[in-house]
Design a protein around this ligand. Sequence first.
Ligand SMILES: C[C@@](CO)(OP(=O)(O)O)[C@H](O)COP(=O)(O)OP(=O)(O)OC[C@H]1O[C@@H](n2ccc(N)nc2=O)[C@H](O)[C@@H]1O
Ligand SMILES: Nc1ncnc2c1ncn2[C@@H]1O[C@H](COP(=O)(O)OP(=O)(O)O)[C@@H](O)[C@H]1O
Length: 315
Amino acid sequence: MRSYSLIAPAKINLYLEIIGNRPDGYHELAMILQSIDLADQIDLHAASTEAIRVYCHHPQVPTDNSNLAYRAAALMAKQFPDAFSNFGGIDITVRKNIPVAAGLAGGSTNAAAVLVGIDLMWNLGLTQSELEELGAQLGSDVPFCIAGGTVIATGRGEKLSPLPSLDHIYIVLAKYRSLEVSTAWAYKTYRQVFGSTYMTNTEDLAARASAVHSAEIVKAIVNKDAVKIANKMHNDLEKVVLPSYSQVLQLRELFASQEGVLGTMMSGSGPSVFAIVESKAQAEIVKQKIREAIPDEDLELFVTQTIGNGIQILN
Ligand SMILES: C[C@@](CO)(OP(=O)(O)O)[C@H](O)COP(=O)(O)OP(=O)(O)OC[C@H]1O[C@@H](n2ccc(N)nc2=O)[C@H](O)[C@@H]1O
Ligand SMILES: Nc1ncnc2c1ncn2[C@@H]1O[C@H](COP(=O)(O)OP(=O)(O)O)[C@@H](O)[C@H]1O
């Protein structure tokens, strides 16, 4: 087929523990990543010229070669030059619904969709693990975004162990449109502030990784116990982002004070904040209450839910 449309869901981090520094400059992590039904749509069309083009109306999303969707297509063209010259160029339209620079893996999930879509378009027949290996070259969260669901992610975030699917847990999510937190800044600041408290030797890292504190939330996920999951959420990056971004701290406190909220956390490197709630009806009430407390139009609010999948092919 010459055209494909794909759904690219966002993720939240139910758990993010920084285990230590790695020799490659990244951080060794223990995370639990969760797909949600807030999603972008990616349309791919075979083009007549041998070029990659990205179209996106969102003002915060670049359309040049810094777009992660572009970079995913360029990687496929480099890896499979014969297919690229046989099938010609590719036009990529990004229909953005996921807030940008939010800690929701918006760019990563777009890149994942392009890898999955081009694999189909060029009849490459790549396996999931081959797609994940390509994804890891584009960003630490890209491999997760391909199959999605509920996953333990270790290494720099690219080593994945699936957990039982945790769908239909309702989430209220908030993000100030104009507020961006750089992921590189968040990790760098964490290293500056807490670097001396954790180990840098790779063998120690492996030992410590097996003793992470995520066991209780994993058990709660296996038991599908939303109350316990909400109670055991954790994100080390909050320690640097909350003190530097008062709006994020305010949102976090506001969510925590709402009736019906089981737990609240910043997602990834922020600045989006989410709350786990008991039901869809409760989620709508909490959303309304937050809107009344912060009438600022810059604040984007969503009711969403956990889902058991990553990239989906629409047609
Ligand atoms: C924080 C997290 C949590 O899921 O997500 P976001 O908030 O970006 O969504 C991830 O760790 C982000 O993953 P991703 O956004 O793919 O990161 P990358 O492009 O690979 O890296 C961006 C920068 O973050 C830092 N980085 C990233 C991952 C990691 N394990 N250690 C790091 O130190 C590095 O400085 C790197 O240059
Ligand atoms: N396809 C894309 N979608 C969103 N942002 C993108 C994309 N490609 C590149 N970017 C840039 O990447 C940065 C991080 O955005 P995003 O991936 O949404 O955030 P995060 O890594 O926090 O989940 C933004 O500054 C944005 O300009």
